[in-house]
Design a protein around this ligand. Structure first.
Ligand SMILES: Cc1cc2nc3c(=O)[nH]c(=O)nc-3n(C[C@H](O)[C@H](O)[C@H](O)COP(=O)(O)OP(=O)(O)OC[C@H]3O[C@@H](n4cnc5c(N)ncnc54)[C@H](O)[C@@H]3O)c2cc1C
Length: 466
């Protein structure tokens, strides 16, 4: 067994681990990632002017930590001109920028229209309240804001908030709710409201951008910058604090390795963190059980149509009348008006209970099902799918359910000084998103830097910069 010595080991090469590694890049660090690539649930592959997208793709705008990171890495973020609120209903595509218009646009019975207005109005009022709660307050600690957001409507399910509208209306909200990889019955009302809040962000919408070239550019840039400080194919099995430092045991192929680090940032999904880290304080360990994880089953497609398609002005469409819940046109940001090049890139996915069902099927069966339903909506696409891949995200999205114990001990622990093992991940908020992951990674790295300065001061009586 080989033993290395490092200042900091980062476990996990997803957005949270990479964000931590970036902040700590001036130190002697090692990033251990079990997959053969960086990026975690951000994944794409280039295809000429387009890219195939498999995972996260909507990047937060200026003012976010993720945006700062993309700028520091020299990456190009692009606006998405297409509609993000399209909907397929009863086999037809409807395009409205204003979701409030749908009760009048969709072919519905009077009862259904009434239900859609009623649920929609309740949801909008709750989203407005959530937006007020989520707003940063001058001088407050980030953890206080996090706790406030986490507490919002945490004691009831999203189903409680939606009630039981008529079937086709319910299907609209179910599809939208599965963007949290869970059914309305499984997720808290706070999670469901945060999902809608993210889409109905109001005013100028710079909250959802794309990375030019695909979200995989983020991992590619990090791989370039971090170089041999990243070890791929390294599965960490143990993180244990000892008198000498923190021991990290990992496997590469059949070989077991060990690193001794001053500090470790564990940036993997919460339940993995619990199993690999030894002797976690009991309340923190209990709180790491709180984040729930749900699946998504996606299909990504490269197309070769010679000219315009009926979805050219759409970026995202909710599809309550399909097996999949969402449909994305990933070529939209690079196909502005008047520059419609041939071909394109599409993606669709199902979450929650549908994803759990689909995971039992073969890739061929899912492809057959998804493509048949896409062709029903867009017959012009028939014969133009040149590449198609199924992506199974068994750990797709993280969310909170009702009745869970409090997550607060993890947040408190994260804010405390002098821990040698720190946690980070998108599970730090009730609804997992890349911004949550990157912020948690950055916070963990800053705590590491503070701890190092504190340790230096205790030893030498002066503060060493960074
Ligand atoms: C289909 C899909 C669509 C999404 N859309 C969006 C979106 O539009 N906008 C948005 O903000 N978010 C989106 N997300 C969510 C976003 O991708 C995640 O919030 C983000 O990737 C979480 O980052 P993370 O670093 O916390 O976890 P991850 O990305 O899961 O990274 C964790 C890493 O740890 C590694 N790891 C796990 N165990 C070990 C081990 N034992 N040893 C070593 N390494 C280990 C994993 O391989 C992984 O690379 C989407 C996700 C999916 C799947």
């Amino acid at each position: 067994m080989t033993t290395l010595r490092k200042d900091v080991v980062v476990v996990g090469g997803g957005p949270s681990g990479l964000s931590a590694a970036w902040q700590l890049r001036h130190l002697d660090i090692l990033v251990l990632e079990q997959r053969d690539r960086l990026g975690g649930r951000l994944k794409s592959s280039p295809r000429g002017d387009y890219w195939l997208n498999y995972g996260g793709h909507l990047f937060p705008g200026a003012g976010s930590n993720m945006h700062d990171l993309t700028q520091q890495l020299g990456l190009e973020v692009i606006e998405i001109p297409g509609l993000k609120t399209a909907m397929s209903f009863a086999g037809k595509v409807y395009k409205s920028k204003r979701v409030e218009a749908y009760p009048f646009l969709l072919p519905m019975t009077l009862r259904e229209r009434f239900d859609l207005v009623k649920v929609g109005t309740t949801l909008m009022a709750t989203v407005a309240r959530w937006q007020r709660v989520a707003k940063e307050r001058p001088g407050e600690r980030p953890s206080a804001r996090r706790e406030r957001i986490a507490a919002f409507r945490a004691g009831e399910t999203f189903r409680d908030l939606l009630g039981r509208p008529s079937r086709r209306v319910d299907e609209i909200f179910q599809s939208a709710a599965r963007r949290a990889a869970a059914e309305p019955e499984q997720q808290s009302a706070g999670v469901g409201v945060a999902l809608f809040g993210a889409v109905w962000s109001g005013k100028k919408d710079n909250t959802a951008l794309n990375l030019h070239g695909g979200s995989g550019m983020f991992a590619a840039a990090m791989a370039r910058e971090l170089g041999d400080r990243v070890q791929l194919g390294a599965t960490v099995t143990l993180v244990e604090e000892t008198a000498d430092g923190v021991h990290v045991v990992y496997r590469v192929g059949d070989a077991e390795h060990e690193v001794l680090a001053d500090q470790v940032v564990v940036a993997v999904p919460a339940h993995f963190a619990r199993t690999m880290v030894r002797d976690i304080p009991a309340d923190v360990d209990e709180a790491l059980r709180v984040p729930q994880y749900g699946s998504w089953v996606g299909m990504t497609m490269l197309t070769d149509e010679p000219g315009p398609m009926p979805y050219d002005d759409i970026y995202a469409m909710t599809t309550p009348d399909r097996t999949f819940d969402m449909f994305f046109n990933h070529a939209n940001p690079v196909q502005g008006p008047g520059r419609r090049a041939p071909g394109g890139s599409l993606m669709c996915y199902a979450g929650g209970a549908t994803a759990t069902r689909l995971l039992q099927l073969s890739d061929e069966e899912i492809t057959e099902l998804y493509q048949r339903e896409i062709f029903e909506l867009f017959p012009a696409l028939r014969g133009h799918i040149v590449e198609s891949h199924i992506q199974r995200w068994t750990i797709g999205g993280t969310y909170r359910s009702v009745g869970d114990a409090s997550f607060e001990p993890v947040l408190r622990y994260a804010a405390e000084p002098a821990h040698r093992i720190r946690f980070a991940g998108d599970y730090f908020a009730p609804l997992g998103q890349m911004e949550v992951a990157v912020t948690a990674g950055k916070d963990a790295a800053e705590a590491v830097i503070r701890d190092r300065a504190g340790a230096h001061q205790r030893r030498f009586g002066s503060v060493k910069p960074r």
